[in-house]
Design a protein around this ligand. Structure first.
Ligand SMILES: [Mg+2]
Length: 175
């Protein structure tokens, strides 16, 4: 079986509006403009979609797994269940160090193995350096969405939205 092309996605600031604080209440979970449409388009174009998100608020005791799952249910409802898998790292270096916390590559490695993903034909979309560093290490093409930062040495492309990512990927993958 041929290995799959995947779009890896950071969550906060990519799929939903970044509140510059932890987002765990469903009433505060707001999809980013065009993000649901973009996710549906990527899915329709045959990409596996994997969310890799640091949620250190769990280990800090601010919220629990059930809150994260409730937010992901809102996300999935908005984008017609386009997301194939969520990899969540609950740890923070001040409490428990984890290779699964970005910029660690562990969750990327897990997803690549589990979903038979070919990194060379895959993409990562993030809004911070720590999203792009592990992707680059795995040979994945990277997109930075401007917001928290406006440039990065690890970004192959710098864009303003997930919809813009979708347009560029369509152009790159058209035969
Ligand atoms: Mg983010």
């Amino acid at each position: 079986m041929k290995n799959r092309a995947c779009v890896f996605l950071d969550r906060d600031g990519v799929l939903n509006v970044d509140r510059h604080d932890y987002t765990w209440k469903t009433e505060e979970f707001e999809m980013a403009p065009g993000a649901a449409e973009a996710a549906k388009q990527l899915k329709a174009n045959g990409f596996t979609l994997v969310v890799i998100t640091n949620q250190a608020g769990i280990s800090k005791g601010l919220y629990g797994w059930k809150d994260v799952e409730a937010c992901h249910a809102v996300l999935q409802a908005a984008c017609a269940n386009a997301i194939d898998a969520f990899y969540v790292c609950p740890y923070h270096n001040s409490i428990t160090e984890s290779l699964g916390r970005k910029p660690g590559t562990l969750h990327f490695e897990r997803a690549i193995h589990r979903h038979r993903i070919d990194p060379k034909i895959s993409f990562m979309v993030g809004d911070m350096e720590r999203d792009l560093i592990p992707a680059k290490a795995m040979g994945i093409t990277t997109f930075l969405i401007r917001g928290r930062i406006s440039q990065s040495l690890y970004a192959d492309y710098v864009v303003d939205s997930l919809l813009e990512v979708t347009q560029i990927i369509s152009g790159l993958t058209q035969k």
